[in-house]
Design a binder for this molecule. Structure first.
Ligand SMILES: NC(=O)c1ccc[n+]([C@@H]2O[C@H](COP(=O)([O-])OP(=O)(O)OC[C@H]3O[C@@H](n4cnc5c(N)ncnc54)[C@H](O)[C@@H]3O)[C@@H](O)[C@H]2O)c1
Length: 294
């Protein structure tokens, strides 16, 4: 679709990381932006920053895992700006699960699903009917991940399962929008191609009591800095993609109506081929056997 000044973009998880980079970029393109996030202080700061730069913005505290909260977000967005053209269902969390799958706490699964899967579905239900009814061009971007969206990292398998669901949900959404003849596009975003310096490694800061861990972790949460230092010590340089590049990829993808917002990467292509080949050959997934799972 054409992106034009005066249109409205809604971004969930907009108080930091990739969401804030997308919000900044939409604002720079002259769009009005609704920033939605569960983290109030960071949201206030992000909204103030964009507003000080001259953007028309609305900051709204939302818990995407709660349907009523997302429905209220949609009401607030339409009340404030009268339309929504771009919806980015981007809020997401790592699950904090440890060990083998059969040792995971059910609450790790429930929390990650509530945000990463239900959150995206809530966004679709709250906004898409009104976007279609307006008759104006629109676009929905759902944030997945190479982890799960392409193939699982068995070290982060709960997260991977949620991100695989986001791909399938978005494929289905695409089919439904086409069947409806709607002028609303859909994309699935794989941020990257490298790692991102965001708050994802500290997702537990937003974990609600209703999905609290039932037992203490065996190992403390590892920060991104600690991970990077450990990799360096093992002789591996961790490469990062700036969040601004992800935002640029999203803008280009919306303009080009590109479903797969999947940056060029030999690594991703190798993973896709290995998985597809294993399925086509009816062969076991050997590409999952080389992980070090301690
Ligand atoms: N960082 C990476 O390496 C990476 C890679 C692939 C995909 N992603 C995905 O990108 C998206 C953005 O993550 P990020 O890396 O910018 O991390 P981040 O932690 O910096 O940003 C996520 C935002 O979502 C918000 N959030 C969490 N729970 C919420 C809830 N219940 N309701 C509303 N907002 C909530 C957080 O407060 C935060 O501002 C996520 O979906 C993540 O899974 C990240």
């Amino acid at each position: 679709m054409r992106l034009e000044p005066g249109q409205v973009a809604v971004v969930t998880g907009a108080a930091g990381g990739i969401g804030l980079a997308m919000a900044r970029r939409f604002a720079a393109e002259g769009l009005k932006v609704v920033l939605a996030d569960v983290e109030e202080d960071a949201l206030r700061e992000a909204t103030a920053e964009l507003s000080a730069d001259g953007a028309e913005v609305l900051g709204r505290r939302v818990d995407v895992s709660e349907r009523d909260s997302v429905l209220a977000l949609a009401d607030a967005a339409y009340d404030a700006f009268g339309a929504v053209h771009v919806l980015c269902n981007n809020a997401g969390v790592g699950s904090g699960a440890e060990g083998r799958m059969w040792e995971h706490e059910p609450n790790d699964w429930k929390w990650a699903f509530s945000v990463n899967v239900w959150g995206v579905f809530h966004g679709i239900q709250a906004f898409v009917p009104r976007m279609i009814a307006s008759g104006a061009p629109g676009h929905v971007v759902n944030t997945s991940s190479g982890d799960g969206g392409i193939a699982p990292l068995p070290t982060a398998s709960v997260y991977a399962v949620t991100k695989a669901a986001v791909v399938t949900m978005t494929e289905s959404l695409y089919a439904h929008l086409k069947a409806e003849g709607a002028d609303v596009g859909a994309s699935v975003l794989f941020p990257g191609p490298h790692m991102l310096r965001t708050g994802l490694w500290e997702s537990h800061r937003n974990r609600p009591d209703r999905y609290a861990k039932q037992r203490p972790r065996k190992t403390p949460y590892r920060s991104l800095d600690q991970y990077e230092a450990a990799m360096k010590q093992a002789g591996h340089e961790v490469r990062f993609t700036p969040v601004e590049d992800v935002a640029a990829h999203v803008i280009d993808g919306i303009r080009a109506d590109r479903f797969w917002m999947l940056p060029e990467s030999e690594h991703s292509d190798r993973q896709i081929r290995a998985r597809a080949r294993s399925m086509l050959d009816r062969a076991n997934p050997a590409y999952l056997e080389s992980f070090v799972l301690d």
